[in-house]
Ligand binder design. Structure first.
Ligand code: 3MF
Ligand code: MG
Length: 364
């Protein structure tokens, strides 16, 4: 591939947050959507990830005409700032009628609410000029297995996806898998599950996926291999880059913060497979630390973006010929050492480092 990918970046308004966690209240004061939109371009971002109620607050209390009016205002606010909506996602996990999940709730009335809500999300998405709907299936799972019929739950998720595809013939659905939190187990925990659902749908071409780094780690999987799997199926429509320090609460740390090498490998897989060349966004889903003061509310966004771009440079300057030789010699010890040296910026000639390989010197 000759030309360099011109990467475009996105994040969601929820990524500028107030620092509440399950054990304590907010520690920073909130910003309005418009204040947040004003920061996108200066921070180097062009795409806005939306929940339906980020676009239209209290949408359940509003009439269709009011929803349409508010949506138009947000569309104009985007246009005024040369921003685009990357996708809209129904925030199904907040509502009293989705306590037991939406599409997989045991209550028929709740399932109807969830379906009506996603169809309204599609209307909102079209008004802010995007065809893309993200489904993070937050409460489509169980705390205990006996609570729902899992086989039926998969059918219900599939039926909802089909209903969405039929409601709007241009809509694209991106499934964002996550194995746990808020549920003990979610029904679509990995990219393999999500892609299987896509193929099973009435229009597989219009169902793709979004991979979040932390969600793969929480499933005990390698994010870059998950991305490669989706790319192999041409199903990687977006990413939520962030980081996660092992199996803890969902951390949404800045990209590369816990595992720089894993971040390098995610960027390597994206860059080497031409991700972004069809306009796909490099999306972030990161939270600033609770300890950060008001003035640092966006630091994690600019830092994650910068880390991504530094790692693109690391991928572009990686010695592919040396990699080829070391792979051919099956000298993965040397390959491992070389990756670390490259990431640390240590040169071959440094007096601290032993010669890279015995195999290449004919001793192996
Ligand atoms: C949860 C998530 C979600 C989704 C978002 C967009 C709140 O772990 O990752 O963030 O990314 O709802 O669909
Ligand atoms: Mg996410």
């Amino acid at each position: 591939m000759s030309e360099l990918t011109p990467y475009r970046f996105s994040f969601g308004p929820w990524n500028i947050s107030e620092g509440a966690d399950p054990f304590g209240p907010e520690v920073r004061s909130p910003y309005s959507l418009i204040e947040k939109l004003d920061w996108y371009a200066p921070l180097g971002f062009e795409g806005v990830q939306f929940h339906d109620d980020d676009v239209v607050e209290n949408l359940d209390q509003l009439r269709p005409a009011q929803i349409a009016e508010r949506t138009k205002q947000v569309g104009q606010a985007l246009a005024d700032r040369s921003l685009v909506a990357e996708f809209v996602a129904p925030r199904l996990w907040f509502h009293p009628q989705t306590i037991d999940g939406g599409f997989t709730s045991n209550s028929a009335a709740d399932r109807q609410y969830a379906l009506d809500r996603v169809l309204r999300t599609i209307d909102i998405a079209r008004e802010v000029n995007t065809q893309n709907i993200v489904l993070w299936l937050a409460r489509e799972g169980t705390y205990i297995r006996e609570a729902k019929n899992a086989r039926l739950a998969y059918e219900r998720i599939l039926n909802t996806i089909n209903a969405m595809l039929e409601y709007d013939k241009e809509v694209h659905i991106w499934i964002e898998p996550k194995p746990n939190e808020p549920m003990d187990h979610a029904y679509v925990p990995t990219i393999g599950h999500a892609i299987a659902l896509a193929y099973q749908s009435v229009d597989p071409e219009r169902v793709g996926d979004l991979i979040e780094t932390a969600h793969a780690i929480l499933a005990g999987l390698d994010p870059s291999d998950e991305m490669a799997f989706a790319l192999a199926h041409d199903k990687l429509c977006s990413v939520h880059l962030n980081d996660q320090n092992g199996l803890k609460y969902d951390q949404d740390k800045a990209f590369g913060s816990s595992n720089l090498r894993s971040a390098f490998n995610q960027v390597r897989v994206l860059e080497e497979n031409g991700y972004g060349r069809r306009g796909e966004f490099v999306g972030l889903d990161v939270k600033v630390m609770r300890t950060q003061k008001q003035s640092g509310s966006t630091a994690h966004l600019s830092n994650s973006r910068a880390t991504f771009l530094h790692l693109v440079e690391k991928v572009r300057t990686w010695d592919k010929e040396l990699e080829r030789q070391l792979v051919e010699a099956r000298d993965y010890e040397a390959l491992d050492a070389q990756v670390l040296r490259h990431l640390m910026g240590v040169s071959h000639a440094s007096s601290q480092t032993p010669p890279l390989t015995t195999a290449l010197q004919g001793e192996g």
